[in-house]
Design a protein around this ligand. Structure first.
Ligand SMILES: [Zn+2]
Length: 439
């Protein structure tokens, strides 16, 4: 039910006048309205009035305090966070209040719709989304805060670019905040069991759960044992706390996904490359009950970036497939995960220990030249040769010149905006690092 009719005027703590335009959506805690503030459009989250129960009254007061004295004064860790900007008090005695935030740009989709399979996308985009989320968490943690109550409703992404928004930030608190959490499915076992506060390491577990949802479309702890549990408090604490077991735990098979129930994870897990599987196995076995064994943001950046760099299109079925280097080392033939036919691998570039498949969609970033986790703007992209079909060049998108050895042995410069040939044995000096092409 709309509690703020169109045209309602409200005044923010900083003295701005808001005029309600209409309802944008509603959730468990409140509604979100589109509002006008001095000719600009914003969103207003408007909380439901708490019940007269003292616990609900206390929670509402804590939320009000967190907004007014923690979140709004601190400001967003970076521009991906749709952060509370200004506070609005409700009518005296109403118990309601709200906050102003910027409105989502057009084209963004929620993680809920992605997990339900309603947003067509690619692994390249999903890996880009994952890198954006990992980086957003890193910035949040560096600022001294924790996300605390992670859930699918807190994130949105642009399905073509993989750009990320962190859209629900009112549960962000200082590192070490005591933790009653609303979404035990994402909670670290020590928090679910009430044994530890919410910290950056409990966030690290929740981040791994979120990434698992992104790539596998299911909860990593919901397998066979979920079916014998009913969702009361004790059962939930067992499933996600004390007795949590990863559904693909290599040693403990008691919680495997069930055919006909957990179809999405059964389909998506085998298609993940081994390094991604190993990262999740570590996060959800050793790291499950020992927070010091969880993956750091740097480790996630490494494994997800490597995954993105290994993607290319199968020439038979035209689906995105993976260049699995570790399978090559084992002497296995490379076959497409989708159509099982032998893969024709495109040219690839080795920089340090990283191998980047030079497929048309591939990009090089400062990350590849040693600026770990810097994916802010690509420094190189593939471009088709102006006249020769099926011939590609590597275009310099950076601001500094590269060099390479031309066919006649002379050193040739590649100025910004120019491209150099992609051919076997070609070495390119990027200044900070050198790459070698295998074709
Ligand atoms: Zn194929």
């Amino acid at each position: 039910m709309e509690r703020l009719p169109q045209g309602t005027k409200l005044t923010t703590d900083s003295g701005q006048t808001l005029r309600v335009i209409g309802l944008l959506g509603a959730g468990g805690q409140g509604e979100v309205y589109e509002v006008d503030q001095a000719g600009q459009r914003y969103a207003l989250k408007w909380y439901f009035a708490p019940s007269r129960d003292p616990k609900a009254q206390l929670q509402a007061q804590q939320q009000r305090d967190a907004l007014k004295s923690y979140l709004i004064p601190r400001g967003a860790p970076d521009q991906r966070f749709v952060w509370p900007l200004d506070f609005v008090e409700g009518e005296p005695g109403s118990g309601t209040f709200g906050y102003v935030m910027r409105i989502w740009p057009p084209g963004y989709e929620t993680f809920e719709r992605l997990v339900c399979g309603r947003v067509p996308t690619s692994d390249r985009v999903l890996a880009t989304v994952a890198l954006g989320i990992v980086d957003a968490f890193r910035k949040l943690h560096l600022s001294g805060s924790v996300y605390k109550d992670i859930n699918l409703g807190g994130f949105a992404f642009e399905p073509n670019t993989g750009d990320v928004l962190v859209v629900d930030n009112d549960n962000v608190r200082t590192n070490g905040a005591p933790g009653a959490i609303l979404f035990p499915g994402f909670g670290a076992p020590e928090v679910v069991m009430g044994r530890a506060p919410c910290t950056t390491v409990s966030d690290d577990h929740s981040l791994a759960v979120l990434l698992f949802y992104l790539f596998c479309r299911g909860n990593p702890m919901e397998g066979a044992r979920e079916l014998v549990n009913c969702y009361d408090l004790a059962a939930t604490r067992e499933l996600f706390g004390e007795k949590a077991v990863f559904i693909f735990d290599p040693k403990d098979t008691s919680n495997r996904p069930v055919v006909g129930v957990h179809e999405a994870v059964l389909r998506n897990w085998p298609a993940l490359p081994r390094q991604m599987q190993e990262a999740f196995v570590r996060a959800f076995t050793e790291g499950l009950h020992d927070p010091s064994k969880r993956l750091t943001d740097g480790e996630w950046v490494h494994v997800v970036s490597q995954f993105r760099d290994s993607l290319f299109e199968c020439s038979h079925c035209h689906r995105e497939t993976v260049y699995a280097r570790e399978a090559l080392k084992d002497g296995a033939a490379l076959t497409c995960v989708w159509c099982d036919k032998p893969l024709q691998v495109p040219p690839r570039m080795k920089i340090g220990s990283a191998v980047i498949l030079l497929s048309p969609e591939a990009r090089l970033f400062p990350h590849h030249l040693g600026e770990t986790a810097n994916f802010s703007a690509p420094i190189a992209a593939l471009v088709p040769h102006p006249t020769k079909k099926n011939t590609w060049g590597l275009k310099n998108l950076s601001t500094r010149a590269w060099s390479y050895q031309a066919g006649d042995g002379r050193t040739q410069d590649v100025q910004p905006g120019q491209a150099c040939p992609v051919r076997d044995g070609q070495r390119i000096n990027f200044g900070r690092a050198e790459g070698e092409i295998r074709a």
